[in-house]
Design a protein around this ligand. Sequence first.
Ligand code: AMP
Length: 136
Amino acid sequence: MTESDCLFCRIVSGEIPSKQIHSDDASVTFLDISPWQEGHALVIPRRHVADALADESVLAELAPAVVAVGNLLKERLGASACNILTNAGADSGQEVFHAHVHVIPRYADNPGIANLRGPVESDLDEVHARITGQGR
Ligand code: AMP
């Protein structure tokens, strides 16, 4: 996998559009295109790392953004909780081999791990506007 082949590297570069909600020096965060819950976001490193176990520092680099994004989603979307997870390796369910942390807001009307994976109907433009305040 080279960076030019990598979907998430192309999102970081802006070559492929995304609904970005946060960025810092180490990371970019955007809405998942097939959300498990409303506001499901992916925090990814700007540099290419295949998965969270392929590099000993990548999770630490992403940690400030994960906390900021989780709290942003709670504040802006009225979530009461979040699931925070990363898949590392194909047998874990990883499909995109650029490390990413799923930050999945959870709501009081649909709680619990058994209900984690929606699916939910979600208008990404509308959710993006509520999180960022843009487009209103
Ligand atoms: P994983 O299964 O942990 O590798 O998760 C990859 C995630 O990336 C899935 O939840 C996909 O819905 C999401 N995804 C794939 N392509 C895009 C894209 N172009 N924009 C946003 N999210 C994407």
